[in-house]
Design a protein around this ligand. Sequence first.
Ligand code: BTN
Length: 329
Amino acid sequence: MSQKRVCAALQAAEGAYLSGEELSRSIGITRAAVWKAVEALRRQGYDIEARTGRGYRLRQSPDLLRRETVEAYLSAPRADWEVLESVDSTNSACRRLALEGAEDGTVVMADCQTAGRGRRNRSFQSPAGRGLFLSILWRPGCTPDKLLPLTALSAVAVYRAVERVCGVNLRIKWPNDLVLNGKKLGGILTEMALEGESGLVSHAVVGIGINVHHLPSDFEGQVRDIATSLDMELDGRVCRGKLAAALLEELDYLRGEVLFAPEKWLEPYRTACLNIGQTVQLIRGETWERVEAVAVDGQFGLVVRHENGELETVRSGEVSVRGLYGYAE
Ligand code: BTN
């Protein structure tokens, strides 16, 4: 309670100093309690300066990802979404909700994932306060082939949301990597469950991870050399609530208008796809092959030319594509 009131008073002061004395008097707590509240706020990410003789000053509030900080940017109210402080994986949480009968379009986002997952059984680093980790549940009641473009279409939804909020154009590394200035900004993991008898998709979960406030020191292991964040690439801090709201709206547009007319987003995908015209490594299990990526076909598959001149279209599940000289090139 004192924390909230100290925070509100510092915010209302708009960066000016408030003495411990003033704070303790206006809130009706001791100066020691003011200090305790300041310490607690600092632990939550508030940047509060303390200066002898002047008092306390709020330099920067943390970019909290909470239901209210997202709602503030939504142009219309939306049902069936939640923001969790921490979860194992938003994809797993969304799947659990699906099994309990959750509605088409249900969204789970989280400030932090303790077991975030990427493609090919990799982990996806998801520290608190840094990224946007979001999964959306689809119940399209169709056969799986109709959902082949789902990952690619979701990449365009992210592209559009980032363009709206940050004014920059991402590139997409086929099929699911979100790339900014040649580095990985995030990725998409789509998982599906089929109904045994009908062969229809009982549910699909599309999980999107975007690095927003990550610092270079937040990336561990192999991703350190290839990953980046919006803060690292852009001037100024991006508001996660604003980005989350834009992404929710783009995903809803995809759900309502584009999914069954995927050609609407074929050209944007082709334009953003950075592999076209490049020599890439095609990785199938343990086998690596050098091929030329020549086009994206009507189902968002990658058309490649083998060294013997033969053309083949590869689909997202079977292969991984790497640049020849690094992550993207
Ligand atoms: C990849 O780059 O291989 C895909 C990464 C997908 C990460 C997102 S974060 C939200 C959702 N929950 C997960 O566990 N994974 C996806």
